[in-house]
Ligand binder design. Sequence first.
Ligand SMILES: *[C@@H]1O[C@H](CO)[C@@H](O)[C@H](O)[C@H]1NC(C)=O
Ligand SMILES: *[C@@H]1O[C@H](CO)[C@@H](O)[C@H](O)[C@H]1NC(C)=O
Length: 253
Amino acid sequence: MSWKLTSPLLLLAWMASVCSARDRTDLLNVCMDAKHHKTKPGPEDKLHDQCIPWKENACCSVSTSQELHKDNSLLYNFNWEHCGKMEPACKRHFIQDNCLYECSPNLGPWIQQVNQSWRKERFLDVPLCKEDCESWWEDCRTSYTCKRNWQQGWNWTSGSNKCPAKAVCRTFESYFPTPAAMCEGLWSHSYKVSQYSRGSGRCIQMWFDPAQGNPNEEVARFYALAMNAGAVCCETGPLLLSLALMLTLLLLG
Ligand SMILES: *[C@@H]1O[C@H](CO)[C@@H](O)[C@H](O)[C@H]1NC(C)=O
Ligand SMILES: *[C@@H]1O[C@H](CO)[C@@H](O)[C@H](O)[C@H]1NC(C)=O
């Protein structure tokens, strides 16, 4: 092969590897830049109670994992019981949601930049396994709330969230007619309910048995790869195309 042919070929191969490798690692095994997250994931032997599944590799500290189990945790001064007692069966899902949010190093593909005083990044449309959303909704339908979106619109004058003036306490079921309305609405679309089931490798599990490893690692790899394939095609596509054209011209010439 002449140098005319090999040099663009090498360039092409190099570009493809560099672009995809860099992007992929950016999305895997990362912690979000937010209020309580560690800068990098790592082992945390003493994680508390429902957060234990993440102890091999976590974005949360031990104290964060303890605090997030409390009713009026100091993490956000957020009160789940703004409309009276929340059923324990319901509350455990909110605790698990907190563990996933604070501890998971596998949500990189869904991190977005935001302009909020208390965090620089958020999760958007994390594909939550449908059963995890359904059981959350099922266990909460008889508890009470006064709002559909828990991320904004509260009265914070007392220091913790109180129902705003015209918001009436009703059952979860009346505010959230479907599981998706709840899981997607609560935190401004941090979750998107997946069509996929637990164990499919295509949706994020809020609950898992750590004895089998963390199933969300594979899920993050799958979506990171899919997103990179898209990004590489769209961003470097025109460049690759012109290189291919150049090659053809060289071959013909
Ligand atoms: C955040 O807000 C500041 C000031 O309003 C603005 O200059 C900046 O571009 C915003 N950043 C993003 C990511 O929206
Ligand atoms: C917020 O709550 C306080 C009492 O904690 C009340 O005095 C005030 O009117 C409320 N503000 C709004 C906008 O509802």
